[in-house]
Design a protein around this ligand. Structure first.
Ligand SMILES: Nc1ncnc2c1ncn2[C@@H]1O[C@H](COP(=O)(O)OP(=O)(O)OP(=O)(O)O)[C@@H](O)[C@H]1O
Length: 237
């Protein structure tokens, strides 16, 4: 068995006294990739926000490579090596592609090869072509590439994507999935939230399904994606 990078146990959190998470348990091994799925409003984003310190948990433990995360400020958590690609991307609109990439760059301490502009441009040639374009001049797909590139420039050990391919054209989606496979192959650990179960299973080893603020199913991602009854039960409309 490989060592565990992230363990979340009994995580509870909510908004203004209204609970949204009721004891979430998740784990990611070193070099592993976890797909986090569930219908809208089931608590995926809330779990990621609590993990990143953006929403204070009310209970539970979060341990990243032996370090307790609860109570740490978001920038401390990011420095430990957690890189979030948030829902909505949050690109700086008045900075160029290149300025966006260097704005939050932090030196590599991950034990993985350090990220540079050249490496990000190698992964996403389209960003190299757009390097002098402002954030607000980019297509949705380019913005998502930039959001991923920006997270990589923080040299994360765990890259977390909330709605990795939402709203993107099929060709761009395919490019994002291909890049995530490359990153996984290079040893980067991942948590990926997305609705495309078979694409997720191409990248992720494990899946966790959330329902009403809890993980109600977990197991190999390929088994889940191949089981139409299970997918329908947890994700069907
Ligand atoms: N800012 C907020 N204020 C109050 N309640 C919120 C807020 N954000 C989310 N919630 C509630 O918390 C619960 C979990 O929402 P969350 O966004 O984590 O779900 P999700 O699984 O990420 O869904 P989606 O795919 O729609 O993003 C929902 O009941 C939602 O209404």
């Amino acid at each position: 068995m490989s060592a565990t990078l992230l363990t979340i146990t009994g995580l509870t959190a909510g908004y203004g006294g209204t609970p949204a998470l009721f004891g979430v348990d998740l784990s990611v091994p070193m070099g592993g990739a976890l797909a986090l799925v569930g219908r809208n409003g089931m608590g995926k984003t809330t779990t990621l926000r609590a993990l990143m310190g953006l929403l204070p948990p009310s209970g539970g433990t979060l341990t990243f490579d032996g370090v307790a995360l609860r109570g740490l400020k978001p920038h401390r958590i990011a420095r430990l090596g957690l890189g979030l690609v948030p829902e909505g991307r949050q690109i700086f609109p008045t900075l160029t592609v290149e300025e966006n990439l260097v704005a939050t760059a932090t030196p590599g301490r991950s034990g993985l090869p350090p990220w540079t502009l050249e490496r990000v441009y190698g992964l996403f040639p389209r960003l190299a072509e757009r390097r002098r374009n402002y954030g607000n001049r980019l297509s949705g797909g380019e913005q998502q590439m930039l959001a991923i590139g920006r997270a990589l420039m923080t040299n994360p050990r765990l890259l977390i994507l909330d709605e990795a391919t939402e709203g993107l054209a099929p060709l761009i989606r395919a490019e994002i999935w291909a890049v995530l496979s490359v990153l996984k192959g290079e040893g980067l650990s991942l948590i990926v939230v997305d609705k495309h179960v078979s694409a997720l299973a191409g990248v992720c080893d494990q899946v966790a399904v959330m329902e009403k603020g809890r993980v109600v199913h977990s197991g190999p991602a390929a088994d889940f994606a191949g089981d139409a009854e299970l997918v329908g039960r947890f994700l069907g409309v």
